[in-house]
Design a protein around this ligand. Structure first.
Ligand code: NDP
Ligand code: MG
Length: 387
């Protein structure tokens, strides 16, 4: 058996998927890819497969052209990759609710799931919590930079297996930072009429298109508040969002004696990806530029302008409501963002469509995967008709 850690990389062709390939390329003695998947980007997946020669390659939507020999097709390929016998770690870098079943499969198979796919925890938080706590269940280690920061601030208070998805003793409050996105200082009417190019022009992070739009509406921060609630078992009234335009302080934990610990660094996903692979250890690495506090100065903090960013409050109240409401929020947001990117919905239509979906479907039950998927589908159907 090889001494290196086998990784199943789901979403290999995306922004996080490419970051993961750069990280692993710097540590060939420590990590290797045993499975790679993509959605429809056949050329990107072929290039990654040629580079890493994994035992398993999966293309979820292959279209009509025949697949290369040995490749797997369909959504089942994601779940199969997540259960791959040679994978100790599943790096889930799929975008959207489509990643949920693979997260559950990986945890149930006892894997460490290095989770970029925050939508998994938003849609199916209680299901993932139950899977982590079940006998033989694996772990969820966050890749999201804020949650990686929170985990690093909690070092020593959480076991080496990762968060038990239960309350962490001694924590008074978590402060999740937000860059504020490209519309941080814009008036509400101007935001409502923002174009695709405006929304895709993120000031501090280069990411996939969906999360970039989510960062402009602050839907991303709503997803992240729910993600923090699920991961660390912390009640919503002890999670605070603060705008920090420089994206240097990645988040903070306030302890019950009043001490506040923050994690800092130049904005880069290289570190959160690597840390999710090595947790609770650290590995010497050159992926993150050296932090120069003088050059980064001044570090500033502002309150969130909830009137200008109604999506944040909609998402947090959906989280508090529980049941299928977080799944409805997520699905409505995914569908609205897709319409916005297609030029079919104004930016201001995103919160309006989400609000309508939550009004119609927010009280649906969410006890099992089938009811969550039904709520997800109902929200998408409503948003597709929303005017
Ligand atoms: P991208 O859009 O860049 O990449 C998404 C990846 O998922 C691609 O490989 C894509 O394949 C694949 N994919 C898309 N839809 C499906 C589907 N229905 N089924 C299976 N695979 C699918 O996204 P990002 O890398 O930006 O984001 C990935 C996740 O990480 C998101 O949940 C995001 O919120 C989170 N995240 C991202 C950060 C970033 O810096 N980018 C930071 C923090 C969190 P294909 O190329 O074939 O379409
Ligand atoms: Mg984040």
């Amino acid at each position: 058996m090889s001494a290196s850690t086998g990784i199943a990389l789901l979403g290999a062709t995306g922004s996080i998927g490419e970051t993961a390939q750069r990280v692993v390329a710097r540590h060939p003695d420590r990590f290797r890819f045993v499975a790679l998947t993509a959605n429809g980007n056949r050329d990107g997946l072929q290039a990654a497969a040629d580079r890493w020669a994994p035992g398993f390659v999966g293309l979820v939507e292959p279209g009509t052209a025949p697949l290369p020999a040995g490749w797997h097709a369909g959504a089942a390929a994601l779940v199969d990759a997540a259960q791959h016998p040679e994978a100790a770690v599943v790096l889930n870098a799929v975008v959207g609710a489509a990643g949920l079943e693979a997260t559950l499969a990986g945890v149930r198979a006892g894997k460490r799931v290095a989770l970029a796919n925050k939508e998994s925890l938003v849609v199916g938080g209680p299901l993932v919590q139950a899977a982590v706590r079940a006998p033989g269940g694996g772990a969820v280690i966050p890749v999201d930079s804020e949650h990686s920061a929170l985990l690093q601030c909690l070092a020593g208070r959480i076991g080496g297996d990762g968060p038990g998805l239960l309350p962490v003793a001694g924590v008074r409050r978590m402060v999740v930072t937000a860059s504020g996105g490209p519309f941080r200082t814009w008036e509400p009417a101007r935001i409502a009429a923002a174009t695709r190019a405006d929304a895709l022009n993120h000031p501090t992070w280069s990411m996939g298109r969906k999360i970039t739009v989510d960062s402009a509406s602050l839907a991303n921060k709503a997803l992240e508040v729910i993600e923090a609630h699920v991961l660390f078992g912390i009640p919503y009234d002890r999670i605070e969002v603060v705008v920090h335009p420089q994206s240097i302080v990645h988040s903070m934990v306030e302890f019950e004696d009043g001490s506040v610990i923050a994690q800092l660094g130049v904005p880069s996903m290289e570190l959160p990806v690597l840390y999710a692979l090595t947790y609770p250890d650290r590995l010497a690495d050159s992926g993150v530029p050296t932090f120069d506090p003088v050059a980064a100065s001044p570090l500033t903090f502002e309150p969130v302008r909830h009137d200008a960013f109604p999506t944040l409050g909609l998402g947090i109240s959906a989280g508090r409501r529980g049941g299928a409401a977080p799944a409805v929020f997520n699905a409505a947001n995914e569908a609205a963002v897709a319409r916005f990117l297609a030029g079919d919905l104004a930016f201001g239509g995103i919160p309006a469509a989400i609000e309508a979906a939550l009004a119609h479907h927010g009280d649906r039950p969410g006890d099992d995967l089938a009811s969550l998927l039904a709520a997800d589908a109902a929200a998408r159907a409503l948003v597709s008709e929303f005017r």
